[in-house]
Design a binder for this molecule. Structure first.
Ligand SMILES: *Cc1c(COP(=O)(O)O)cnc(C)c1O
Length: 423
């Protein structure tokens, strides 16, 4: 073990990693394109975009240059009472790709905080109007982040067990499938008619951490129409789905009825720096547009709208808009679909799901489908031994690669997957 690895083991507590019996972290020296380079000379394909954040490949020169230039000019400034060009440009960029009706951007630090902000805005929207609305509705199996509000609206699981007594109450409706649509709609309507519903939060079309589970735009549209009819604030958590992952810029673009608030992060900076934003629609703003000081949205983080992060986001935005990138997204989506159709013949494959640049494979195992399914470690080790980083969610594993991935690199991953399935 290198000296650095020893120090890591001694000093550092890694996320989602048991302190005993967890995997030894690999020491990464540098990264470029889809590849991570380890200190001991391995070259690993990052097929999960480093926890779904990377869009254009690692250490992208355009983003690196934008960050470097910004760092020499203005690294950070308090965002209350002050503003700067990178944030203003980013607000324009983000608003230009959102549906009509969104007119303000609130900055924070990551996906969890973007969700916290959306939840707090939804709650205060009612509070400011003196209207009693308390209930929050979410979907079973949802994941919205690791801070308390975000945990509260997420499914209760082994991840939240220790905090269960401290999480506010949320009504969970069943995850929609092709079989249970009527039940889902009835459950939702019953909750809505009981009154007192403040907000509905959802991951549009795909629950990512929940196992890359996909559901139809049509049922989501019905849920949103019902919610709208009762003036419930609808919050789209597009932290994972934003910026092209699903084949369109936002997953909400597949759905006719639009949300009131959208949480974005992950791909926002192309995966270079942490940044979150919450996009706010005109309707929500009306409850805050007053000179009454007590109705201010009292929320902010030290690094709100950090100029370096905004500069990275603007550079990533330009790359995303390029016809090259848009073509890549289409190509990946087509290749995934072709590959998916080849996988039905494997008995061990329970289901293959694709949506845009996302391909997920759920395996049939003696244990039931869950994050703690023991096949998880086997899948991870199998692909890592072939220098491919695929980090399963239990018995489901998936490709969520940077958009710059080549046909050949995708074929390498596909072939490894077929070998794995052949056993
Ligand atoms: C990752 C994720 C979050 C949390 O984002 P962080 O940046 O990890 O805090 C929230 N919602 C969804 C849908 C996510 O996938």
């Amino acid at each position: 073990m290198s000296n650095l690895s020893e120090k890591d083991k001694k000093n550092i507590w890694h996320p989602f990693t048991p302190l005993e019996g967890g995997i030894e972290p690999l020491l990464i020296d540098r990264a470029e394109g889809v590849h991570l380079y380890t200190a001991d000379g391995r070259k690993i394909i990052d097929a999960i975009s480093s926890w779904w954040v990377n869009l254009h490949g690692h250490s992208h020169p355009v983003i690196a240059e934008a960050v470097a230039q910004q760092a020499r000019k203005l690294e950070h400034v308090i965002f209350a009472g002050f503003t700067h060009e990178p944030a203003i440009t980013l607000s324009e960029n983000v608003l230009s790709i959102l549906p009509k009706g969104f007119s303000k951007i609130f900055f924070s630090d990551n996906g969890s905080t973007a969700v916290e902000v959306a939840l707090k805005m939804a709650m205060q929207f009612w509070h400011n109007q003196g209207i009693e609305r308390k209930k929050i509705i979410a979907l079973e199996g949802s994941y919205h982040g690791d801070t308390f509000g975000a945990m509260a609206v997420g499914d209760r699981s082994i991840f939240t067990a220790a905090f269960a007594p401290y999480l506010f109450e949320v009504e969970f409706i069943p995850f929609p499938t092709s079989e249970n649509e009527t039940t889902v709609l009835e459950t939702f309507e019953r909750l809505l008619t009981s009154g007192n519903v403040a907000a509905f939060i959802y991951e549009p079309l795909i629950q990512a951490a929940g196992g890359m589970r996909m559901y139809a735009a049509s049922i989501l549209n019905q849920l949103l129409s019902l919610a709208r009819a009762k003036e419930v604030v609808c919050i789209a958590d597009e932290v994972f789905t934003g910026f092209g992952r699903t084949g369109r810029i936002f997953a909400s673009d597949y759905v006719e009825t639009k949300p009131d608030l959208v949480a974005l992060s992950k791909g926002l900076t192309g995966g270079t720096l942490p940044l979150g934003v919450t996009a706010v629609s005109d309707r929500i703003l009306t409850a805050f547009q007053t000179i009454e000081f007590t109705k201010t949205f009292f929320h902010g983080h030290s690094f709100t709208a950090n100029p370096l992060a905004c500069a990275a986001a603007n550079a990533s935005f330009t790359l995303l808009q390029s016809s090259d990138c848009q073509q890549q997204i289409k190509t990946i989506a087509n290749l995934h679909q072709e590959f998916a159709s080849k996988l039905e013949k494997y008995a061990i494959v329970k289901e293959v799901r694709t949506l845009g640049t996302i391909l997920a494979i759920e395996l049939r195992t003696p244990e039931k489908t869950s994050y703690s399914n023991s096949i998880r470690g086997k899948i991870y080790d199998y692909f890592m031994s072939r220098n491919i980083l695929l980090r399963p969610l239990g018995n489901t594993f998936y490709i969520v690669a940077p958009y710059c991935i080549s046909r050949q690199q995708l074929s390498t991953i596909y072939s490894a997957i077929e070998e794995f399935l052949t056993g």
